[in-house]
Ligand binder design. Structure first.
Ligand SMILES: Nc1ncnc2c1ncn2[C@@H]1O[C@H](COP(=O)(O)OP(=O)(O)OP(=O)(O)O)[C@@H](O)[C@H]1O
Ligand SMILES: NC(=O)c1ccc[n+]([C@@H]2O[C@H](COP(=O)(O)O)[C@@H](O)[C@H]2O)c1
Length: 411
């Protein structure tokens, strides 16, 4: 039996932003160059290549800025076109529309051939101002947003892996296709969770090695006994609303949330690998060859630090996650990611598969705080998408919920 399938790990209620202490045996005295260099980072004066070096624990090859931009522009244009056309051509698939959805559907009905759902959206219609070297990758526009948002299956029997925004064709054959997966509670999803993907894509571009072909949220199931979890069905739906109404490339996969028991992150990544690389055979190149997609876990610094606690993460799982897949780590205030990577033996061993994402504009929106604000009747506007706020109101989420004071104080 695969040892990863029988770990001693059972979900526990972790303290917020807990920094586990490391046992002496996990402490290394070696200093990798890239990690040591980071203390000297000058955020306001970096070149493209030093930026890439500072951002990542991986070896970064030489970069040619204009070439990357040109390639990305090409990728982005065709990527968003194909994503859009596949969306427009796709049928609703596994959709069951709730009453709240029917309301959105009604708001979105057309008059004079134009959509009237503007109130529903959190973004500006184009023209969208872009800097000279920035491409409109993730800028969903009103026309792109579908009328209703098809809901994911609510049981495993009708589950289907969402692929409506997964690129079908790799634009640049010199790149490796990359799928980014964020596992978490998302109770509720906030603008920070959405920003994480944007920060990741900017960092990945600098590496000039991967072409991002998809991004997924995988909300944890109700079996993860963490304080403040709204029912999985609602968390999935809020993620769907956030993705469909604010992004042109992000998706939500309900598989993990529908499982009858808690699934460890290693198993969740295996599921993505199975769906994308085994069942679909990877991503096609323009020449028709199929190439396996690299799957990477996107996580915040606090989650990575929790990996130092053997009661929370089994060593076999860490080897599996970091060795076979890889990790994109978003720095988080209060979490010293680089020191942690240096001190943790397994992390250090797999450091070339770990990419650290610097938050150039720090965003520390916390779901715990959002839940508290809702309970106290305070405003959460501009912390999460309007569609999610509206959904929370419609379903009365979080209002009656209580959380241990220790959790709330530690946000
Ligand atoms: N401020 C932040 N900076 C970087 N990453 C973050 C931040 N907040 C959350 N994340 C990351 O987002 C992912 C999903 O987080 P999750 O919803 O499980 O917890 P959370 O956002 O901390 O919410 P809660 O307050 O309910 O614990 C995790 O990888 C987490 O590390
Ligand atoms: N051993 C494991 O696989 C393991 C341990 C702790 C958290 N996680 C995952 O990390 C994500 C975030 O967890 P927290 O919300 O507790 O920070 C969740 O998706 C959870 O499933 C996985």
């Amino acid at each position: 039996m695969d040892p990863r399938l029988a770990p001693n790990f059972t979900p526990v209620i972790r303290r917020q932003h807990q920094t586990p202490s490391l046992s002496p045996s996990t402490t290394s005295t070696t200093t990798p160059r890239s990690a040591a260099n980071t203390s000297a980072v000058d955020l306001f004066n970096f070149s493209t290549s030093s930026f890439a070096r500072d951002l990542s624990m991986t070896d970064v090859g030489s970069t040619n800025g204009s070439e990357i931009v040109a390639k990305l522009e090409q990728h982005v244009r065709s990527g968003s076109e194909s994503a859009m056309s596949s969306r427009l051509n796709s049928s609703s698939g596994n959709s069951t529309v709730s009453s709240a959805d029917s309301r959105s559907e009604t708001q979105a009905t057309t008059t004079n051939g134009k959509r009237k759902a503007e109130m529903d959206f959190d973004i500006l219609a184009p023209p969208y101002s872009l800097s000279a070297n920035r491409t409109p990758t993730q800028t969903a526009d009103l026309e792109e947003v579908p009328h209703g948002i098809s809901r994911q299956a609510r049981d495993l029997a009708s589950y289907a892996f969402p692929v409506h925004r997964l690129a079908e064709v790799l634009q640049d054959k010199t790149m490796q296709p990359l799928v980014i997966v964020a596992c978490g509670s998302f109770s509720p999803i906030t603008f920070l969770h959405l920003r994480m993907f944007e920060m990741a894509i900017d960092t990945i571009r600098e590496l000039n090695k991967y072409e991002v072909v998809g991004g997924y949220y995988s909300p944890v199931s109700d079996n993860y006994r963490k304080a403040g979890l709204a029912p999985a069905d609602h968390r999935v739906r809020m993620c769907e609303l956030a993705c469909e109404r604010t992004s042109s490339w992000l998706m939500v996969d309900a598989w993990e949330s529908l499982q009858p028991s808690y699934q460890r992150t290693a198993v969740v990544l295996d599921h993505f690998n199975y769906e994308i690389n085994v069942k679909r055979g990877g991503i096609k190149t323009k020449a028709g060859e199929r190439r396996p997609a690299k799957i990477m876990l996107l996580a915040g610094g606090d989650l990575i630090e929790s990996m130092g606690d053997p009661n929370v993460w089994a060593d076999e799982d860490l080897h599996h996650i970091l060795g076979r897949y890889g990790c994109l780590i978003v720095e988080r205030t209060g979490a010293d990611v680089r020191s942690f990577l240096l001190s943790h033996d397994i992390m250090y061993e797999h450091r070339h598969n770990v990419i650290v994402i610097k938050q150039l504009i720090y965003n520390d929106i916390s779901s715990t705080k959002v839940r508290l604000f809702i309970r106290r009747g305070m405003s959460v506007q501009y912390l999460l998408p309007n569609s999610v706020i509206r959904y929370i109101e419609e379903h009365g989420l979080y209002v009656g919920m209580s959380e241990p004071v220790s959790n709330v104080l530690k946000f």
